[in-house]
Design a binder for this molecule. Structure first.
Ligand SMILES: [Cu+2]
Length: 156
């Protein structure tokens, strides 16, 4: 009796260890690679032939000036003009900061503060959008400065 019980216990211990090993292997070699895989983005989307330009107009730091990001709303097409470039044409530093905490799967956080910080006068900030959608943004030091980028699928 005693021996049989020990034997059964040994088998279930081995079965348990085998199950742990199999699930760890699954996690390491199947689950993690799928979760961590970068999305496949076509070359045209990563290096679009055209850009979409937005100017930060002189005087944008004044709340009374309603024109700051110009154009205030832009539309970009994936694989064509989905690289958006903001140029600070003002004499004050500004940021381009997502309203929603948007993180592009390839380009990272849509926020100049996350990469280059404030745009000094004459400085530019570039962001390559790789997903269609609507992206509202503002300037962190001057939250009345707002704009939006709409990204359309185009041919991609
Ligand atoms: Cu600003």
């Amino acid at each position: 009796m005693q021996v049989t019980n020990n034997h059964a216990g040994g088998i279930s211990a081995i079965a348990f260890i085998a199950a742990v090993v199999v699930s760890m292997a699954y996690y390491q070699f199947v689950y993690l690679p799928q979760v961590n895989a970068k999305p496949v983005v076509s070359e045209e989307v990563l290096n679009p032939p055209g850009i979409t330009s937005v100017s930060i107009l002189e005087g944008s730091a004044l709340p009374s000036q309603t024109q700051n990001f110009e154009p205030k709303e832009v539309t970009a097409n994936l694989g064509e003009t989905n690289k958006v470039v903001w140029t600070n044409d003002d004499t004050t530093a500004h940021s381009v900061t997502t309203d929603t905490g948007y993180i592009d799967p390839t380009s990272g956080e849509f926020n100049s503060m996350a990469t280059i910080g404030l745009l000094l006068p004459k400085q530019t900030y570039e962001f390559i959008f790789t997903e269609p959608g609507g992206y509202a943004y503002h300037c962190e030091p001057h939250p009345w400065m707002t704009g939006a980028v709409t990204v359309e699928r185009g041919r991609f």
